[in-house]
Design a protein around this ligand. Sequence first.
Ligand code: SPD
Length: 343
Amino acid sequence: MKKILCALLVALSAITHANSTPTLNIYNWSEYLPDDVLAQFQQETGIHVNYSTYDSNETLYAKLKANPEAGYDIVVPSTYFVDRMIREKMLIPLDKTKLVHFNNLNPALLNKNFDPYNNYSIPYLSSSTGIAYNDNYFTKGSITRWTDLWQQRFSGQLLILDDVREVFSMALLSLNDSPNSTDPQQIANAYATLVTLLPNVKLFNDEAVKAIYIDDDATVGMAWSGDIYLANHANSHIQFVYPQDGYIIALDSIAIPKNAPHLANAYAFINFVLRADIAARISQATGYMSPNAAAVALLPAAIRNNPIIYPDQATLKRGIFQTDAKDASALYEKYLERLKIRA
Ligand code: SPD
């Protein structure tokens, strides 16, 4: 009886605590917010954060679709999913009068087609998808484009990102087609060329890419820039290539989902990460490019001039934003599943 009473008291105190503590529920990409930055936010604001992560836009989207009352206050979809989620009325319009550091953002990265007036999304970090390789195994400079990955010398060695649009973007670019194609014939051709890549594939992964390259579990393949920026710090033989035949540049953007229960706290968080000092720390710790111009100005020159995290203008020009594939999305998914079964 005493034990039951104690358990009840603990539960009651947890509920009381939960009700009285200001809270924020964040659902973000993995390895996209340093622990110390999150801790500082909680300490400065007194807001307790429930933080969880995902590794693909599809996972985020499926979770919100399955449960529109999931309780998230902040999510970070990429361009093409911002577009889809706006169209499907899954996001709330932002009150820009509440965004005190909005002007820190680089105007060149605002008002893009996926959200023409940034009414729903605030650029958070930008990732690029390129080729990683270890120069202990492959001569420096000998891999420059996606089509190189089909060479026989890479037999059984490639890491392929387990991300449907990334995989097909690579294949479409290697065929000189748009990575945003919705043409069933072009998508079928991309699938066919991916089938010919399978003998070179070692694994599909998007959760542990950095560790896989650092541990030499893969020596060549696809990667997101931030993972390789950090991997290169751990092992300077790990290189990143912005492919000559084009690459995907993502603008992962903060948005507030419909039914978010803690709106005021969501704005507090957005204002916090838009601060130049905070955005600079986020960029430096994650290895991803910041769309926050004031933050970039604060970064040490060694980071601002590092070609993996901040490539030059000519390289940036080859970057392509992904757009929503709309009805063709299911086709992409179907082909990826088929591909992975054959792998
Ligand atoms: N671990 C963070 C990875 C960020 C990836 N950006 C989005 C890519 C969308 N295809």
